[in-house]
Design a protein around this ligand. Structure first.
Ligand code: SAM
Length: 274
């Protein structure tokens, strides 16, 4: 490929992120979205859906570790975990680092995302074949509405709120998540950039509050997401206890101390929770 080919993500109508592209590894129209896998010098392999970067080799660990280890360490006994979206497998990999998790159910609507991950992101898809992993190719909204057995933790690892992911950001979904959780249940949902998408951060907080008595958010720094500063909304059936001591996790961003710091919020973020 010529050496001056660039991928441009329009993060808003006025802001872009550009990456020089070494190779286009896959480009396809799935039944749900435009899927692109790029190879880049800056971030390694990059998964793009409908023009928005989902994950990259270089910074994926930040997001996936913070999505998984924060709720799992806050739950007293996380045995059954649901992941809605997350078809790249990164959150599943992190969830299954916890030996007390007996089953993790990944619910991805687009089987082609999982196929792309198997083909190009072996470090992300590594847990697909673990015995404790259960993969469901279906709509996460319906799956949660119809869930018979309760989950201890549900992690909503969705695309931005357009297309099939739109319903994952509304109050009705959080109410069915509440119903699908056991008595100590905790939900975490990626909730976008406080600087560029403050209304979305508020929307997730409002949605969580419509169902859960305890609602908060925490922060992480994901380089390729708009502005880098990212929010994770958290809802809990019980008041949050001191996190369990979780040791032996092989992580590069999450530690118990980083987790504690992630809940220390600047006023510009705190005001989005009101
Ligand atoms: N970490 C990413 C981010 O924040 O950009 C999200 C990664 S993951 C690839 C998001 C996945 O959610 C996509 O593969 C998409 O197909 C899936 N998804 C969207 N709506 C869904 C739904 N209603 N049910 C299940 N999966 C859904």
């Amino acid at each position: 490929m010529a050496d001056n080919v660039w991928f441009t993500e329009f993060q808003t109508d006025d802001v872009t992120l550009g990456l020089r592209v070494k190779a286009v590894l896959r480009q396809e129209t799935t039944p749900f979205q435009e899927l692109l896998v790029l190879d880049t010098d800056a971030y390694g392999r990059v998964l793009v859906l409908d023009g928005a970067i989902q994950t990259t080799d270089r910074d994926e660990f930040v997001y996936h570790e913070m999505m998984a280890h924060v709720p799992l360490s806050l739950h007293p006994h996380p045995r059954r975990v649901g992941i809605i979206g997350g078809g790249d497998g990164g959150v599943l990999r992190e969830v299954l680092k916890h030996p007390e998790v007996e089953e993790a159910h990944l619910v991805e609507i687009d089987e082609r995302v999982m196929a792309a991950s198997r083909d190009f992101f072996p470090a992300l898809s590594v847990a697909f074949d673990y015995a404790r992993a259960h993969l469901h190719v279906t709509d996460g909204i319906r799956f949660i509405q119809e869930a018979a057995a309760k989950f201890d933790v549900i992690i909503v690892d969705s695309t931005d709120p357009v297309g099939p992911a739109e319903g994952l950001f509304g109050p009705a979904f959080y109410q069915s998540v509440f119903a699908a959780l056991g008595e100590d249940g905790i939900v975490v949902a990626q909730s976008e950039s406080p600087l560029l998408e403050p209304e979305l951060v508020k929307k997730v907080q409002r949605g969580l509050r419509s169902a859960f008595p305890t609602v908060t958010l925490y922060l992480g720094a994901v380089a390729t997401y708009p502005t880098g500063l990212w929010t994770f909304g958290l809802g809990s059936k019980k008041p949050l206890a001191t996190p369990r001591q979780v040791s032996g996790l092989d992580t590069r961003y999450w530690t118990a101390e980083v987790q504690a710091a992630a809940f220390v919020l600047p006023p510009m973020v705190r005001e989005l929770m009101e």
